[in-house]
Design a protein around this ligand. Sequence first.
Ligand SMILES: [Zn+2]
Length: 286
Amino acid sequence: MKPKAAHPAPTDALQRKSVKPVVCYPTDTLPRPNISAYQALRGDLELIETVVIPPREARTWEVPAGHFCRMLCTEGPQVGDLNLFNLHDLSERFYSGKTRALNGTHVGVGDQLFSSFPYLRPIATITYDTLDWYGFDEFGGSVHDVIGTRCDPYTHNLLSHGGQYHHCCHSNLTRALAQKTGLTLPEAEPHVHDVLNVFMCTGFTRDTGQYFMKASPVRPGDYLEFFAEIDLLGCMSACPGGDCSSEHSSDTAACYPMIVEIYRPREAPAGWKSPAVNGYDRSHGA
Ligand SMILES: [Zn+2]
């Protein structure tokens, strides 16, 4: 339990609390992709690779720049924890925090996933989402969040007073990345980063601001699709939480495989260019 406030509210507390919020990064200054140019290609895509992610495991795949990638729900409701890297440089990776600051807590069609400093450029653009009907529910929950981190054995150990569990998304991603790159597990682990929670339904409780999850509304056949802005290495874990209706970090939840499909379009989107790395000169005022 958190302690109660130790200080009485000042006389103008109501006035101070009633100040209207200002959106930190108004989306009218954020360059937005021409989403209709991407979507115009969706009718003529060639499937070039299919990857099956077993439950409580992770797998990697490559998406060349200019290709589409679909992450599908197959046999039952299942959440996926997604990491993305520049295929040629693991130090450029998906930056969940800045993607959240720029797009909001949950991402959908037209949103772009940004990479880490000093690159900070869009590396993927979300082009299709069969769960776009969900919006926000009465609890403030929505799907595909960039607020959670990934389930991990360290938090599990902390909260369970010493428990050891080896199939948290963090460990699954670490094993899969090590296998793909030839790095050892200790070398691969620091590259694993905060995820895009594909299909996961989450929010913050209105009264206490706590991170919550609830059963994902995803059903077999649903998918989330993105366009690769640069050559990408994807890595996704089929979370041991299954649909994340109850708990993580155990083998009790029902878990299902997930499928990833890579598609090649017939041509590039009209006017599209793979984005350059960020233009800041990195002199930091020195
Ligand atoms: Zn997980």
